[in-house]
Design a binder for this molecule. Structure first.
Ligand SMILES: O=C(O)[C@@H](CO)OP(=O)(O)O
Length: 207
């Protein structure tokens, strides 16, 4: 029986993660630490004995670079890969490029937490998690899930909030639960799905 493997990985630390800036659809590359995290994620997957049939990533450099480094560690650099902006980070709108501490000083801790982690309150001019889900979920259902259910071992390298959106669906989390869910950079989350697309097992490869 095929194993219906789906691995989700948030990209390694980006230049703007390091500078503590809202990033969204802006396109900084990985830092040295981010490169090391991506390689470590690949080594962890290899240590689990995992290989893949197909990979997906976003239209943004930090996720594509993370995927490339992971695949090199696994020894699968030529793996068929699809890039799509449906998997992009949440669009941070007017906050993009602002410092997160400066934003807390200007708008207050609570408002910034609502913009960053609530389900349905968008940052000014940007996407809420609900909006991100509205474009990431159809892509997951139409392009990613059918292959997983057919037994294609699938690796997805994307972003904190596009992955939180998919995790909300996979793990059936409520808006209150997703508010508290953080995804560390470069930590693979390994799902094995049931035939009905629900989660059979989940393993988080945090250090
Ligand atoms: O800036 C961003 O695009 C994201 C991810 O780094 O930040 P946040 O943690 O606020 O979702």
């Amino acid at each position: 029986m095929s194993e219906r493997l789906l691995v989700l990985v948030r990209h390694g630390q980006s230049e703007w993660n390091l500078k503590n800036l809202f990033t969204g659809w802006k396109d900084p590359d990985l830092t040295e630490l981010g490169i090391a995290e991506a390689k470590e994620a690949g080594r962890k997957l290899k240590a689990q004995g995992l290989t893949f049939d197909v990979a997906f990533t976003s239209d943004l450099t930090r996720a594509q670079h993370t995927l490339k480094l992971m695949l090199a560690e696994i020894g699968q650099s030529g793996l068929p890969t699809t890039k799509d902006l449906a998997l992009n980070e949440r669009d941070y709108g007017d906050l993009s490029g602002l410092n997160k501490d400066d934003a807390r000083k200007k708008w207050g801790e609570d408002q910034v937490l609502i913009w960053r982690r609530s389900y349905d309150v968008p940052p000014p001019g940007g996407e809420s998690l609900k909006d991100t889900l509205a474009r990431a979920l159809p892509y997951y259902v139409q392009e990613i899930l059918p292959g997983v259910l057919r037994g294609q071992r699938t690796l997805v390298a994307a972003h904190g909030n596009s992955l939180r959106a998919l995790i909300m669906v996979l793990e059936k989390l409520t808006p209150a639960q997703i508010l508290k869910r953080e995804l560390a950079t470069g930590v693979p989350v390994i799902y094995r799905l049931n035939a009905d697309s629900t989660v059979a097992t989940k393993v988080d490869l945090a250090a």
